[in-house]
Design a protein around this ligand. Structure first.
Ligand SMILES: Cc1cc2nc3c(=O)[nH]c(=O)nc-3n(C[C@H](O)[C@H](O)[C@H](O)COP(=O)(O)OP(=O)(O)OC[C@H]3O[C@@H](n4cnc5c(N)ncnc54)[C@H](O)[C@@H]3O)c2cc1C
Length: 310
């Protein structure tokens, strides 16, 4: 079921008709079905959502949604949008933390385009003390993403971190590779449909790998981000950190906008750093479909919202 539902929603996420229909209705009002997971289509809506979260003691990272860009022009437009976003964030005075994807910045055009675009973002980011996190996409991009990350790291861009996925067999090696650099890792379970030749298929195996890797990051990593909504996994990690005397300011938890807000609040109340990933923008459909694939019960939630809107 776990792998099956992911595959089903992954296939739907590339359906043009569904995408068009959803885009028309999904964020039409603040009650619309996608509003629970997406902060809005505009930067202004994302800033407003971030202010609200920060006022509750939460940290934020902003993600301008977009992926699988095929042309130089589209990748340049995404880069300009990130630069504009940084200017607006500085003016708004909210936290300076951004997440982005290499397929949004042109890796499918060619590597040089992607590196150039990233450097155009990283220059002002360094000047204004932003932290930039590179999300991890599906496995054909893993090695290329890490190589680009290392190239930028060699060029002394240190306001930069990357995400690694516990469902991939290779991730143990990648965790060590990033720890040796002293780079900040966000650990996630992994949101894409992957084959059994590269990734664990059973939830139990993915969870066990997550806890194992989180421990290595806590012991040897640099300010790791533990990104999950899984209460059992979170408890194991809290117990481990506390038993090892690892202070609460040496790592942070992260969750997605609109998911387990109760757990987000309780971690803040327990004195943990808790960062919310705030996605916004017009290209929200594939992101939204990944959220449905993780938890098919969300389909019920979407349908209820649709019925309410009629
Ligand atoms: C901050 C952050 C950044 C991320 N970045 C990446 C990335 O770069 N690359 C990548 O591949 N993946 C990324 N992910 C997604 C991640 O890989 C998982 O797909 C996602 O977090 C669901 O897994 P889980 O750890 O929450 O555990 P699960 O075992 O899927 O869920 C545990 C519990 O969390 C709750 N929950 C989980 N998902 C949902 C949902 N969609 N709706 C409602 N409740 C839910 C439920 O209560 C569920 O029982 C990111 C996740 C977070 C939190």
């Amino acid at each position: 079921m776990y792998a099956g539902s992911k595959a089903f929603f992954y296939a739907l996420s590339h359906n043009a008709t569904l995408r068009r229909l959803a885009s028309q209705y999904g964020l039409a009002t603040s009650e619309s079905f996608a509003s629970r997971f997406i902060a809005g289509e505009t930067i202004e809506a994302a800033i407003e959502a971030s202010r609200r979260l920060q006022s509750q003691g939460l940290l934020i990272t902003l993600d301008y949604l977009g992926e699988r860009v095929r042309t130089v022009e589209e990748s340049a437009a995404a880069t300009r949008e990130y630069m504009r976003l940084m200017d607006i964030i500085v003016d708004a005075g909210i936290e300076r933390n951004i997440s982005l994807k290499v397929t949004q910045l042109g890796i499918d055009v060619d590597r040089a385009t992607c590196v150039d675009n990233l450097r155009r973002i990283l220059e002002p980011a360094a000047r204004h003390e932003f932290f930039i996190r590179i999300d991890m996409e599906n496995s054909p991009y893993t090695e290329r993403t890490l190589e680009i990350f290392e190239t930028l790291w060699e060029h002394q861009y240190r306001n930069l971190g990357v995400a690694l996925q516990s469902y991939l067999y290779r991730t143990e090696g990648d965790v060590r590779r990033m720890n040796e650099l002293g780079a900040r890792v966000r650990l996630v379970k992994g949101a894409y449909k992957e084959r059994s030749s590269v990734a664990y298929q059973q939830k139990g195996e993915v969870n066990a790998a997550f806890v194992r890797l989180a421990r290595v990051l806590l012991d040897e990593g640099t300010y790791p981000a533990i990104a999950t909504h899984d209460p059992g996994v979170i408890e194991e990690i809290r117990a481990y950190a506390s038993a090892r005397g690892i202070a609460k300011d040496r790592f942070e938890f992260q969750m997605l906008y609109g998911i387990r807000r109760d757990l987000q609040a309780s971690l803040v109340a327990a004195g943990h750093r808790m960062r919310v990933y705030v996605p916004f923008g017009r290209e929200w459909f594939p992101y939204f479909m990944r959220r449905l694939g993780e938890r098919p019960a969300n389909v019920g939630f979407v349908l209820t919202a649709l019925v309410r809107e009629r």
